[in-house]
Design a protein around this ligand. Structure first.
Ligand SMILES: [Ca+2]
Ligand SMILES: [Ca+2]
Length: 163
């Protein structure tokens, strides 16, 4: 349901290369969508309006959930139908997998792992540079959601292994 998408999906991934979008299949007015849907449930992701034709075209009604990758390919489609939910673990796994499209330790994304990757990771730690999401994924060597000294050690380990 929408509040769960807001809480578990949108708030978790909104700062990464992820966008949640709702579609109003009832062709309600902007005011109706706001007052009956966005405001009562505190929905902050965008809702596209006038979506009934889209629903008819793809044969879906309410309570369907999709994950579409960067190439426009549907990676997940929930069973759908009134009151039906999505599988939270499956959805999280798929999104994580799509976002973690990086080579660990290659922080500058040039295909090589060397001292320049350490320097860039240090810059991220010192907040002198902001990583994009792929750089963040590469610099977060141990995948704990932070870039810190442990990740530097991991990157150093990769370099030593390659020598
Ligand atoms: Ca590199
Ligand atoms: Ca980390």
């Amino acid at each position: 349901m929408a509040p769960s998408i807001e809480q578990n999906v949108w708030r978790a991934y909104q700062n990464r290369e992820f966008q949640a979008i709702g579609i109003d299949l009832w062709n309600g007015s902007i005011q109706q969508v706001r007052s009956q849907y966005q405001q009562p449930y505190n929905i902050t992701y965008p809702i596209l309006i006038n979506g009934s034709l889209l629903g008819e075209t793809y044969g879906v009604s309410q309570d369907y959930y999709f994950i579409v990758d960067k190439g426009g390919i549907v990676q997940y489609r929930s069973t759908g139908g009134l009151g039906q939910r999505y599988d939270e673990d499956t959805v999280t796994d798929i999104i994580e997998g799509l976002l973690d499209d990086c080579k660990k330790a290659d922080v500058d994304l040039n295909g090589e792992i060397d001292v320049l990757d350490i320097l860039l990771a240090v810059n991220f730690i010192l907040e002198q540079t902001d990583p994009n999401s792929t750089q963040f994924c590469a610099a977060d060597f141990n995948d704990d959601g932070n870039i810190d000294i442990l990740d530097l050690l991991g990157i150093v380990g990769e370099i030593l292994e390659g020598l």
